[in-house]
Design a protein around this ligand. Structure first.
Ligand SMILES: Cc1ncc(COP(=O)(O)O)c(C=O)c1O
Length: 360
């Protein structure tokens, strides 16, 4: 349908019939019979958690992204918490991050008594601007925490260079970017630690779930301990070794991902390439369609990346439009298109305003 034919129709919010009869959700999992079977097989097995599927999923995932180690977690949020802990973030430290993200990115610093410091984003990608991040570094900074917004990789090389000059760790929040590539390398193989989410709207789902990838064995060891109460071995390792003795050596949590979830993740991993290809196809169609619509700015993609297309965020040039964002949002929802706003900048949430005094 051309832009001209759309403009002549009566919008659903003005009494017309919606372009879709049912809601197009902003994200939804794709599960096939073989995914369901993989879960059923685990339900019939001896190990519902801390069993063999955990290691299989972690190994498969690490190999897929090209990292030495992958450590699974019960959510992307838990994975962020663990990565920040493994990087040594402590009370009084600072982590530089982007405000253009889901609040979990910044919250992981707060869990450890550290402070998230927000630096501005680049105009084209809306990702953390490396120069802006560099300008926020001081003696309390320990971590830089870029996000691959919408699935477009952050400028990781530039951020790593800055981090290395100052002895900082880089934790890349790639919860949007499984399968994305930066300068020919898969996301998950570049930063000191990279964090993924397996929430149902993501590229691969385990219901809830997350992963941290890293090439450093010390980080991997800390991450595994942190997700298991700070205990240095898990139940299956002890059973296999015929031992009962264990020590809790640091404070940790129960952030383990079950075998039920890992079996699903492992099966979904096989379909990831096809999922990414389909996302690219749809994004290309959107871009071709939106390019000719005045006032709508499609997302830009830098030439040195492959986008993972978790989201397709359009921007509005209000000077060319007779409606504002709220009206356009309501009109699209009226047509049964499940759009969302990504994001309210983190520092403008009431918790952050009240705690840190940020103003709009
Ligand atoms: C950028 C970003 N980071 C972290 C998270 C948290 O992941 P989870 O929902 O798996 O805890 C999300 C979730 O959507 C996210 O979008």
């Amino acid at each position: 349908m051309s832009a001209t034919s759309v403009s002549r129709e009566v919008l659903a919010i003005n009494g017309g019939s919606p372009v879709r009869k049912t809601l197009l959700p902003y994200g939804r999992q794709t599960l096939d019979e073989d995914d369901i079977q993989a879960v059923v097989d685990v339900l019939r097995s001896d190990w519902l958690t801390t069993g063999p599927k955990v290691g299989e999923f972690e190994e498969g995932f690490a190999a897929w992204v090209g990292a030495k180690y992958a450590v699974s977690f019960s959510s992307g949020t838990a994975a962020l918490h663990a990565a920040a802990f493994a990087a040594g973030l402590e009370q009084g430290d600072e982590a530089i991050t982007t405000p253009m993200t889901f609040c979990a990115t910044a919250n992981c610093a707060l869990y450890l008594g550290a402070r998230p410091v927000f630096a501005d984003v680049s105009r084209d990608t809306l990702n953390l601007d490396p120069e802006q991040a560099a300008a926020k570094i001081n003696s309390k900074t320990r971590v830089i925490l870029p996000v691959d917004y919408a699935g477009h990789p952050a400028d990781v090389d530039a951020i790593l260079q800055i981090a290395e000059r100052h002895g900082l760790a880089v934790i890349e929040d790639a919860c949007h970017a499984l399968g994305a590539e930066y300068r020919g390398r898969r996301i998950g193989s570049i930063a000191h630690m990279t964090v993924f989410s397996f929430h149902p709207v993501k590229h691969l789902t385990t219901g809830e779930g997350g992963m941290v990838t890293t090439d450093r064995s010390d980080f991997a060891e800390n991450l595994r301990r942190f997700r298991n109460h700070g205990i240095s071995s898990d139940a299956r390792q002890r059973q296999t070794a015929g031992q009962w003795y264990y020590q809790m050596v640091s404070l940790g949590f129960n952030y383990r991902l079950t075998d039920i979830a890992c079996a699903l993740g492992l099966n979904q991993l096989e379909k990831l390439e096809a999922n990414l290809a389909r996302r690219c196809e749809i994004a290309a169609r959107y871009t071709a369609a939106f390019r000719s619509v005045p006032g709508v700015i499609p997302p830009s993609v830098r030439s040195n990346v492959n986008h993972a297309w978790h989201l397709y965020p359009i921007r509005l040039d209000l000077s060319k439009l007779s409606a504002d964002r709220g009206q356009i949002f309501r009109a699209l929802r009226g047509e049964n298109i499940g759009v969302n706003v990504h994001y309210i900048p983190v520092h403008l949430h009431s918790y952050y305003r009240e705690r840190f005094g940020y103003k709009g």
